[in-house]
Design a protein around this ligand. Structure first.
Ligand code: SAM
Length: 287
């Protein structure tokens, strides 16, 4: 099959269908075969794999996945792309395109229906305006999946992978690393898209853990502790945690920090995910 992801072919398709790019839907289409090869290789797709693609666009990445996977369901929000995809992907009988908003579709039900509940691999050159909500939705809902291989803004990828005491380390790093092992695969310049985005992009692979990295008694309390600790980055933990959304007084925070073996003068950005878990569990024991 002819490749969709060349500058010539992409321009041809756009013209033929008089397609209008929507900035608000984050539409930047890949036109570089080398990058596409690297994405599917990085995702490690085999003939055994069921794949969910988020935002197929005109099918540039979809085609590469279809050639390697057992079956693939692609979820696209833009109605005007559906007839285009029906045409560009017509040679592949293992692909199904559905017209839905990935943030609204019942993804677990969809996996049950299409793939009999088997674990999937998720892939996507994500629309940057909703990168984090899409990823967090899949993780928090515990969608049955082994990995997410996604193209996102470089700075968001760096935050996901960041380690304690670095400038990029924050609530997003802890949330992602609670569920996954993140690994940056490659950096991607704006020149490989039509139209070109304003930011640099990165392909990151999130290998989903069988169970969360740390044991926490109450997940909500754990995430609220993390949020408060990073909410006021310049404050000591004692101050940040006794003036945030948790509503705990200084005495209780001091006791919990002491029991967790964490110096109250430290700042949130120095805590490892294990320390956050120990601290949140000490809070849970004092409720
Ligand atoms: N996969 C194509 C590629 O690599 O060339 C297109 C990627 S483009 C960056 C993002 C795609 O996601 C667009 O096709 C856009 O219409 C779609 N999209 C945006 N928001 C979406 C949502 N909430 N649900 C599903 N698809 C969405």
């Amino acid at each position: 099959m002819d490749k969709i992801a060349t500058p010539k072919k992409t321009k041809e398709i756009v013209q033929q269908y008089q397609f209008k790019f929507s900035k608000s839907l984050g539409q930047n289409f890949l036109i570089d075969e080398n990058i596409l090869n690297k994405i599917v290789e990085g995702a490690d797709i085999t003939k055994e794999d069921y794949v969910i693609e988020v935002g197929p666009g005109i099918g540039s990445l979809t085609q590469y996945i279809a050639e390697r996977a057992k079956a693939l369901t692609a979820i696209e929000i833009d109605k005007s792309l559906i007839p285009i995809l029906q045409n560009t992907l017509q040679g592949y009988d293992n692909v199904e395109v559905i017209h839905e908003d990935v943030l609204k579709v019942d993804i677990k039900e969809l996996i049950k229906e299409k793939f009999h509940g088997a674990k999937v691999k998720v892939i996507g050159n994500l629309p940057y305006y909703v990168t984090t909500p899409i990823i967090m939705r899949f993780l928090e809902e515990k969608v049955p999946m082994t990995s997410m291989t996604i193209m996102i803004q470089q700075e968001v990828a760096q935050r996901m992978e960041a380690k304690p005491s670095t400038k990029d380390y924050g609530a997003l790093s802890v949330a992602v690393q609670y569920y996954c092992n993140p690994k940056i695969l490659l950096k991607v310049p704006p020149s490989v898209f039509i139209p070109q985005p304003k930011v640099d992009s990165t392909v990151i692979r999130l290998d989903v853990l069988d169970k969360p990295k740390v044991h926490v008694e109450k997940e909500k309390l754990f995430f609220a502790t993390v949020k408060d600790a990073f909410g006021k980055r310049r404050k000591t933990l004692l101050n940040a945690l006794s003036t945030g959304s948790l509503g705990f007084d200084k005495d209780l925070v001091r006791q919990a920090l002491g029991a967790a073996g964490i110096d109250e003068k430290r700042r949130g950005e120095t805590l490892t995910i294990e320390e956050f878990a120990t601290l949140a569990n000490e809070f849970a024991a004092r409720l």
